[in-house]
Design a protein around this ligand. Structure first.
Ligand code: THU
Length: 138
């Protein structure tokens, strides 16, 4: 299955009455399965969630945690880069080599790896000293 097509197929179901900016996302896992998500906004604006977060939640609910490929689509003049929070969410489940394809409804697209999308990522190794102290009552 074409991953961008999967994102496009779900894009129309985004719930975005406040921004009017619909986003669709699709994740292929290393098992080959595809999980999709849309942005879901709320009248209490900060309670909205991004399309990427929805796809990640669907993946985890299905018992999967290894991202192989990502596609994101919106009806924008240029391909939409994932927001900062979604970059951190994606690197939780994907290695630096994972390709993210960002597309527009009228067919423009751009590809970046997770390493390019989030250089200097915060990861679990940064907490090693804290974890060394686990059990010391710290
Ligand atoms: N949005 C996403 O779903 N993903 C992104 O990567 C960028 C932004 C959504 C959030 C909000 O519902 C709307 O786009 C406008 O920011």
């Amino acid at each position: 299955m074409d991953l961008m097509q999967a994102a496009r197929d779900v894009w129309g179901n985004a719930y975005a009455p406040y921004s009017r900016f619909k986003v669709g996302a699709a994740i292929r896992t290393r098992s080959g399965k595809v999980y999709v998500g849309v942005n879901v906004e709320n009248v209490a604006y900060p309670e909205g969630t991004c399309a990427e977060a929805g796809a990640i939640a669907a993946m985890c609910a299905a018992g999967e945690t290894e991202i192989a490929e990502v596609a994101v689509i919106a009806d924008s003049p240029e391909p939409v880069p994932c927001c900062g929070g979604c970059r951190q969410k994606l690197v939780e489940f994907g290695g630096p080599e994972v390709v993210v394809t960002m597309g527009t409804i009228d067919g423009k697209s751009r590809q970046m790896t997770l390493a390019e999308i989030l250089p200097g990522r915060f990861d679990a190794s940064h907490m090693d000293k804290a974890w060394d102290k686990a059990g010391e009552g710290v």
